[in-house]
Design a protein around this ligand. Structure first.
Ligand code: ATP
Ligand code: MG
Length: 134
């Protein structure tokens, strides 16, 4: 079935610092996704507490907030056929050490805690994140 899905990609502060913006957007464009909206900002603790609510009880939660607020990010709204599954594959596994070498995390990251990008993980979360970030 051909299903267009909207989702959010966040180029995290490590990716921004390492000047990977162009390369990473290029990977999504080459895959065939359309960019609907794009902006750069430094995320607030409040928005991250909403965004990562599923990790609030984890011991590393404060580390995620510190990392994600450590500098500017690029937030991109995208759309594409089978968007979420295809975009998550392009991102690679959460733990970059195990990510496919052809994926974004597999190419540019080595650890689970600094893994370069975020990608929405379901159609429903993609919709929520669109509203949250734009
Ligand atoms: P993201 O939501 O950033 O796209 P994900 O959906 O692959 O990543 P989640 O389980 O939602 O994975 O975790 C969100 C983020 O929290 C991860 O991308 C990573 O930066 C951080 N994280 C997850 N698990 C760990 C861990 N065990 N140790 C440190 N950081 C972690
Ligand atoms: Mg996630």
């Amino acid at each position: 079935m051909r299903n267009k899905e909207k989702f959010i990609v966040i180029l995290k502060p490590d990716g921004f610092r390492r000047k990977l913006i162009g390369k990473i957007i290029n990977r999504f464009e080459e895959k065939g996704f359309d960019i609907l909206d794009i902006k750069t900002e430094t995320l607030s603790v409040k928005i991250l507490e909403e965004h990562y609510v599923h990790l609030k009880e984890k011991v590393f939660f404060q580390d995620i907030v510190d990392y994600m607020t450590s500098g500017p990010v690029v937030i991109i709204a995208m759309e594409g056929l089978n968007g979420i599954e295809a975009a998550r594959m392009l991102a690679g596994s959460t733990n970059s050490a195990q990510a496919d070498p052809g994926s974004i995390r597999g190419t540019w990251a080595l650890t689970i805690d600094e893994n370069v990008i975020h990608v929405s993980d379901s159609v429903e979360n993609g919709e929520h994140e669109y509203i949250r970030f734009f």
